[in-house]
Each structure stands twice: as structure tokens, then as C-alpha cells.
Design a protein around this ligand. Sequence first.
Ligand code: ARG
Length: 592
Amino acid sequence: MHVTFHLADDLAHALHQAAAAAGLDAAAFAPDLRTADPRHGDFQANGVLGYAKARKLNPRTVAEQLIAALPAPIAAAFDVTIAGPGFINFTARPATLLAWLRAYHSRATLATGAAAAHAGQTWVVDYSSPNTAKQMHVGHLRSAVIGEAICRLLAFTGARVIRDNHLGDWGTQFGKLIYGFKRWADPAALAREPIEELERLYKLGNDATPEGSPALDEARRELVALQNGDPANVALWKKFSDVSLAAFQQIYDRLGIHFDHHLGESFYNDKVDRVYRELTETTPPIAENSAGALVVFHDEHPRFSRQAERPNPFMVRKADGASGYASTDLATALYRVEHFHADGIVVVTDFRQGDHFEQLFLTVKKWFAAKNYRLPELHHVTFGAVTGEDGKALKTRDGDTIKLKALLDEAVDRAFAIVSEKNADLPETERRSIAEIVGIGAVQYADLSQNRSSNYVFSWEKMLALDGNTAPYLLYAVARVHSIFRKQNLTPADPATEAHASPLHTPAEIALARKLVKFPDALRLATDTLRPHFLGLYLYELAGEFSSFYSADKVIVDDPAIRARRLLLCARTLLVLETGLHLLGLRTLTRM
Ligand code: ARG
């Protein structure tokens, strides 16, 4: 039996054929297939209702005509029923489930099935993107974790993904930092804790240069010298970037993140003049002069129109002639299309940058249309704030920003305590390496298990709990399946298991198989919406379905055909759980 990766795609195709065979207007009929409530079936086609209504037909009659005209292989593969006014429910028969499980037996076969979604496309993902010479804060951690999951989802679904760390490495603050650095830099501190030292020097520089002071003029001269390419200042600025990036990389390494590019704001310095020119040379011009600045209004938009109560135009060039965040982001969009040939651009930042990206995308659309540039899909992926359990922004007890290294270390320490309690006989080195994966995974998964749009309350207890939708629970589920194979001296991909599996039979076997064949749908939903939590939720439900199966049906039974099919279910559960967790950026364990 041939089964497609997305069984729903087989059904959509079959319904189209049926519509044509039944003499319906097949071109106008959209089957609208969805994952069904499992009590009613696996997939539900909702499209009959709209079709029938528009033509004043009885939807149940249309549904019956379609079902009667379904191609024979589909009618054999699914139980088909009509529900309510004309929904068509499809339930995969056990043989269909087994055929799918046999066809998608490895990560490579899953990837081949999934790759159709973005095959041939290039996506640039801009994430983490912290400012140099400053600590990364919790927001950059969220961006890094969510962004990396999105990269992996896009790559698995066929895209060429370009990971771009758009560093905030340019701006007026560098004048004061250079001023402070030249006077007070402490080489030992710089070697030990470079970012902390740069933060201290910036603070000293800032405190020493109050408005109107000669020192401020000196700091401005340092900035102008930097902008004019003064070798000493450029070398200092380069050093700031290098030490910052080296410190950031230590965090990225622990999170499994490797950027392809670090094209920060400074990279676009020499590319903003073209933006100014192109935005003003169109008729009518897209950007206009306003009190010396170059700005873009969007009159079709209630808040960005010049008629708005408090006009808030997009500031393409400041009144003093300087470029800013808007200028570099416009140049960035063009570069990503011209240089990387991006079909899609995703930028991951917290929701407070919403207005900036809305204005950016509106401006890019007008600009690219005027110049006939190809417009990629533009996505601003936002996330909510992280708060402590008191509901306030996450800070240390002294009100300082939390150091991410300390946060990750604490996660690992806490995980170590839990692992040691559960598994006292494992050697300490092994418990330590397990704790690194569980602790980091817990922090990552706390971000990925819930809808990124909501604020989230940072809670060690919740993220490290061994039950509920948490990393420890899922990692433990994976380790448990591994142990089933280990105890039998088998590997999950055992050819005998594959060969001898008999038809699925018990309710628990069938329920687990039905959940497994939904992996493509969860993957598609998470990728299409750029919301990884849909995949996380699916994995959590799959782990629950596995638990039910495992307590209902003994796996290691004497009958070789029954044992083989149950081991096959274990192997596929493991495959999907591990593939899914890796797509979210987590590492998995064979023993926990
Ligand atoms: N550096 C910015 C920040 O720390 C984020 C940059 C996001 N990317 C972009 N292309 N604007 O908030």
C-alpha cells in the first residue's frame, strides 16, 4: 500500500478526484482537511459545507456522492463516515497505520516526506541578535531558543536556512565606551570577564560625560573618529565585537547554536545611502523630509499615518544625518534578498519591537514594489516577556540583570540534584553529563512548550518537574524506550522486528499508531505558524499515548509476531520523539 507522509494530503487528493468523478465542480471544491478529534476519526474534511451552501445543495447528499466516488485504494485504507450536517470523517484502518509506520522508519525517510513543504526555498532567520559590549539578557535567550527551533523546523521541511546573528554593534554608545576604555580599562578584568568589564567602562564613560561637559565633546570626537575610520578606534571597536562574540558563543555552544553569519548593524553602514536614494527617487517618493529627517508615513495605517493623533513615522534618517535602527534594517532586508535570494525572512525579537517591524515591512513592500524587487515572505516572530514568580521582570535579588551563564549553570546544578536522587548508582561523571542535557533542555523547553506570544513565568520547579509537559518528562520517556531495547539486547532498528511485525490489533496499539501518523500534521502546524509549541504539545501527547500503551500491552511476549509489532511501535515512538526533540533544539539521552 502506498501512503504519503501527510495522510491528509492523500485524502485531499482523493476527494478532488471524487468530486470530479461525481460530476461536481472539482476546481471550486476545497476539501479543507483537518486533524480530527480522535473520538471521531483521524482526519475530517470540512469543505463540503461551504461548497454545498454556495450552491444551495444538501451537504449530506454532496458528502454521500463524494464518498461513493472515492478511489478504491482510499476507500480500502480508511473507514469513512458522515457526521453532523456534512463533515466527512476518515479513520485510518490498522493496515494503513502499519503501512505508514513501515514506510517512515528512519529520520531520513521522515525528512524526505517533510521536505516537500519548503523544497528549493531559502529562508534567512535573524535571531538572538544581541547588542555587543553588553550582557545578553533573558530576552536574547528566548530569541535564541525559539529562533533555533524555527531554523531546524524550516530546514527539516526542506528549506536552505541561513542563520544570521544581526548584532547591535553600531551606535552612539561607542563614543562613550571608547572614552572610558582609553582611560580606565583593566586588562586583567578584560581577560576574565570581558563583557562585564566593557559594561563597567561604558558606565564610567557615561558618568564622566554629562551634557555640556568638555568630556562629552571628547567622547563625541571619539565617535566621529570611529565613524571616519580612525585605525586606533576601529581596532578598539573590533575588539569590543570580538570579545562580545566570544562570550556569546559560550552560551550558543551550550544551546547547540551555530550561526552562519554575524552581519551586525555595522555591516550595513555603507549600504544605507542607497536606501535613502531609492526611497526618495520614486514618484511619489516613499520617504519625505520632516524637520530635516527622512521619514515614511503609512497613511493607510491608523497609527502610522500623518493623520494619527501622535504621528509616529518610520525614521529612515535622523535630522543630524545619522542612520539608525530603521535605516540598517531596510538595508538588511534588501541585502537578504539580493545576496541570499531569500524567499522568506524571519526576525525573532520580543513583542515590544512590533511597531518597528510593522513599519519596516510596510515600507519594504512599497519600496520593493516600486523598484520591482522580488518580495520575500516577511515574518516578525515575537514573544512575550519573562517574569519571575512575582510577576515582575526577571532580575536578580539585587535588581541586576540575570547573567545567562549563571542561569544555565543553575539549571544544570538543579538537574544534577534531581538525577542524583533518581539514579544514585550512576557514576558521578555520567550524572553530570545527563544533568547538562536535562538542565539546558529544561530551560529551552520552558520557552518552547508554550505559545511564544504569552508572557512566561520563570519557575525552576515547573521546568524541572518530572511530569507534565516538561523536558525532563520527555527526555525520560525517550530514555525509557531505549531501556526496553537495551534490556533485550536489541537495537531499535532491528531487521527482525521490521520483518515479523503482525497487524496491529489491540486498542492501545492502534491508539499509539494513530498518534504516530499525526507527526506530519504537528510538524506542519508548528512550521506554518512558526510556533514550535505545537510540536512540543504533540510530543507530550505522544509520550502519554506511549505510556498508556506500555501499561496496557506487554511488549516482551512469547509470540514473536506480537512482540515484533510492539517493538516496532516502540521503535517508531522513539524515532518520532527523538526527531521532534532535536527539531526543537534539545539533546536526548539513552539513559536517565
Ligand atoms: N539588537 C536588537 C536587540 O537587542 C535585536 C535585533 C533584531 N534584528 C533586527 N534585524 N532588527 O533588541
